[in-house]
Design a protein around this ligand. Structure first.
Ligand SMILES: N[C@@H](CCC(=O)N[C@@H](CS)C(=O)NCC(=O)O)C(=O)O
Length: 209
């Protein structure tokens, strides 16, 4: 398997899950601006949309879109319990959460990464949008559950963590949402997460072997 990724981008969710399932994989970094990968491949031949992640499977299939890549990786290792069994209500809840993260939470942060400088009023508007989405996550976590769907870490937690962790980079304070704040700290301490963050150059001094 090979994950096409960009350091710190949403593709890190798949990187975390690859670490969780403990199956061999390669990483290939993509410069999404030039559209060229680190080995000189035209990335549009891999994903015509030009964004990460893309997963090249061992059978030669290419999977794109975060929810699909994450579900696929979870399905590869049922024993890791990162996705509930297909056809169950728990699986539907996972899909509900993955789609919320992808289309609502992730996209709420997107204006910060557009390359444009936001005017003060535009920044306030973007921050209000993020706050609304984080408020929803807070409402899920405030019953004391450890992870988004309950006691079990799932692929949705890998994705939510990566997006919520961008808050530090865009100086958006999570402290008004204590359950979310604690959740981000909790997930950041998983070995699969520290390993992915170290490999992608976001944190230092972690043994990756
Ligand atoms: N709908 C896509 C969105 C992926 C996405 O937004 N990727 C960002 C990184 S977080 C990216 O590659 N941006 C560079 C670009 O769009 O050129 C998915 O869920 O996989």
């Amino acid at each position: 398997m090979k994950l096409y990724y960009k350091p710190g981008a949403c593709s890190m969710a798949s990187h975390i899950v690859l670490n969780e399932i403990e199956q061999p994989f390669d990483l290939e970094m993509v410069d999404t601006e030039s559209g060229i990968t680190e080995t000189g491949v035209d990335y549009r031949q891999i994903n015509p949309n030009g964004y990460v992640p893309s997963l090249l499977t061992d059978t030669g299939a290419i999977i794109t879109e975060n929810p699909a890549v994450l579900q696929h990786l979870g399905d590869l290792a049922p024993e890791a319990n990162l996705v509930p069994a297909n056809g169950t209500m728990e699986c539907t809840r996972l899909q509900e959460m993955l789609n919320f993260i992808s289309s609502e939470l992730h996209k709420a942060y997107a204006p910060f990464f557009s390359g444009e400088t936001l005017s003060p009023s535009a920044k306030t508007k973007v921050e209000r949008g993020i706050a609304r989405r984080i408020g929803f996550i807070e409402s899920k976590l405030e019953d004391g559950r450890q992870f988004l769907l309950g006691a079990q870490f799932t692929v949705a937690d890998a994705y939510a963590f990566v997006v919520l962790n961008w808050s530090g980079f865009v100086e958006f304070d999570l402290e008004p949402w204590p359950s979310v704040n604690d959740y981000v700290i909790r997930v950041s301490q998983r070995p699969s997460v520290t390993k992915a963050m170290t490999t992608e150059g976001l944190i230092e001094n972690h043994k990756t072997s």
